[in-house]
Structures are given as structure tokens and as C-alpha cells.
Design a protein around this ligand. Sequence first.
Ligand code: MN
Length: 262
Amino acid sequence: MIFLLTNDDGVDSPGLGYLAEALAELGKVYVVAPERERSADGHSITMHKPLRVKFKGRPSQSLEIWESSGSPADCVVIGIFDILPSKPDLIISGINLGSNLGEDVTYSGTVSGALEGFLCDVPSVAFSLATFEAPLWDTAVCVSKLIVQTMLDFPEPFILNVNIPNLPLRQLKGILFTKLGRRRYIDRLNKRVDPFGRPYYWIGGYPEDVAPQEGTDIWAIKEGFVSISPIKLDLTDYDKIKSMESWRERIEHHLKEKCPSP
Ligand code: MN
């Protein structure tokens, strides 16, 4: 088995290190990860400057570590097309410190690592531990390894977004297959003034404290379950397509009149 492991917390993050060691018991692990934190960089790729890659070491026969100046998606591309001797059996991103739930997946560098893996026709999975404090890496590594072992029996390309509650293993309630939930962030934009009187901004905020919808990833984590969301790249709103027929006539009518506004 050949694994390509990346993340968005940076090559030195503990979640990546512990998972790399655990996966090295199952096969050959190539870590190709960003040299610095790239959380919330989404699915960015580097196109307007050179990408650098540095060999960090070979802690064991089955583990090789590389760092790159690029994003998680860059790391996956470099790994597949240059560093790895052949196509990996699985691409793994994480384990991220902090959850990636609901619309977080659109910002997440962790999830984007897995999305890029899928684009390269490899089954891919993103792992996130749902805490920023006192992470219980043992739980997250144990769960992640079991899911990886299970995925290997289903080799067709698909993407899983996995979130793991920060609980001791025995307190986990089980596993749920979930859909992405929705959580609105509040206080998203913080505007301040610098010592020279010019405005600057912090983007961030925190999720609104409302009861999550049952069956969502947010709900599963709140209830103490491991959440596994199979996700797709197709963002098309199929219901909306059906209800948009009237738009065509209206827009085409104005196009014929060389585009005066409606
Ligand atoms: Mn991160």
C-alpha cells in the first residue's frame, strides 16, 4: 500500500505526525505537506510563482517526509506527479486541529487536499479533530486508521470528510454517515484602526449557538459521534435548474435587442 499524506496545519503539526506513524504500520507513507500553516486557504493552487520542495527525512523504512512552499492541493499534485514512485492507493489529509463541518469544507485546506486527490482519481479522505484545545490525538489516530483500513477495501475514487469528537475512545457514541450541515458564523468581520488612523480587518467570527439539524455532521459531533460525510465536487443545484426556465426567455429577449437592461 502506498499512502500520500498531506494537511493544512503544516508539516510539523502533531496531527499529521501521529497519523503518519500509524499509517506507516499499514504501508509506505509519503508525507508531502505545506512548510507553514495554510488553514482556510481552500482549494488554492500556486500558478504565479515557483513551488519549492524540500526533503525533511526518512524516520523509518516506511515513512518519508517532504515539505513544500505550496498549498495542500499543490502538495498533492507534487506528491502524485513527482515524489511518489507510483499512484497512491489513498490520499489522506489531516489530522486537522479543529473541525471542518458544514460550509467549512468550502474554506478548508484540509478538505481541499482530499478534493485534489479525488481530482487525480484517487480515493481521498480528510480527517479533523473537533477541538482547538487539549486534543486527544490517540482517539483521532485510532479512528482515522480504522477508516483508512476500511477504505482500502473500496478502491473506487470517492471523498470522505471525517470529523472526530475530542473524546476518550470509550466515550465515543459510534459512527454516523452524515450530510453537511449549516452553521452561520457571527461577528465575521472585525474592523479596527491602526496607529496611523487607517482601517484594517480581521476575518473570523464564531458559529452561532443554535441547535443543529439532526443527521448533519454538526449534529453528529455535538452528540459525540464520529461523523463521516461522503462529499462530491458537483456543486450544481439541480432543483434550481428546473425552476429557471423562465429566466432564459427573459434574458434571450433582451439579448436580441442588443442587451438593453430589462
Ligand atoms: Mn488547519
